[in-house]
Design a protein. Structure first.
Length: 245
């Protein structure tokens, strides 16, 4: 079969997967602390190491496919809410929470106090302290200082655990603005501080995401048209040329 058909098919699949990423980014424009997912592409050589390719064959059979996605760690804007349990991180840090999947990280500081007094995320996961335990709040007015120290009615209760990561660390999205990190990559906060009564907006650029969405849609349409042309050509070959053999 013509290599162009494989190339068009691989290109269409890659654009379809990239379209899902951008659509998910747009769907999370209003999600506090959400980090945009960016597609990364890699080269796939048809046939792998089973065939000895000459330079021309290698160029013709080298298809682009979606390799993975990476998390854009750029900060979003901070918006004042007036809610004392709404917290935001200024800097590169993340809040640390414990979920059913284990330790996860989030920039979504829309927290609430459970009936038992635990500080929880919107999904009900406990927020962790520097002592690696869930934070429990007694009744009273809550204040949180820039270093994450939590006080209730003027008495120090605990301190929020913040985590930073070296540049290049790939945080994997776990949904609901929660992220996992490779083991051993968590660093102590060096340049992060907590802002009480504020939430961080999604870092997705609405205009940029829409432009990217349109571009990907057009690329996918071109790949689809190419597939249709190859299909018509193969049908014509089957109908006209094969009977002559």
């Amino acid at each position: 079969m013509d290599s162009g058909y494989y190339a068009a098919c691989a290109g269409f699949a890659a654009q379809a997967q990239a379209l899902e990423l951008v659509a998910n980014n747009l769907a999370n424009l209003g999600t506090a602390g959400y980090r945009a997912q960016q597609a990364t592409f890699r080269s796939l050589l048809a046939g792998g190491g089973l065939v000895a390719w000459n330079p021309v064959n290698a160029a013709v059979n080298d298809f682009g496919v979606l390799g993975a996605s990476r998390t854009d760690l750029a900060s979003g804007s901070l918006t004042a809410t007036g809610n004392p349990l709404d917290l935001a991180v200024a800097g590169k840090g993340f809040f640390v929470v414990r979920s059913a999947q284990g330790v996860l990280y989030t920039r979504n500081g829309s927290f609430h106090r459970s009936p038992a007094g635990q500080l929880l995320t919107t999904q009900g996961d406990p927020v962790m302290s520097m002592q690696n335990r869930p934070i429990t709040l007694p009744s009273g007015a809550v204040t949180v200082s820039a270093d994450g120290t939590v006080s209730v009615a003027g008495a120090v209760i605990d301190q929020l655990r913040l985590a930073e990561f070296s540049p290049g660390t790939n945080l994997a999205s776990e949904g609901n603005a929660l992220y996992s990190a490779p083991a051993g990559t968590e660093l102590a906060p060096a340049a992060s501080s907590v802002r009480q009564g504020m939430l961080e907006e999604s870092n997705v650029s609405p205009v940029g995401a829409v432009v990217e969405l349109i571009t990907i849609q057009r690329n996918a349409e071109m790949m689809q048209r190419a597939l249709s042309l190859f299909d018509s050509q193969m049908n014509q070959t089957a109908a006209q040329d094969l009977p002559r053999v």
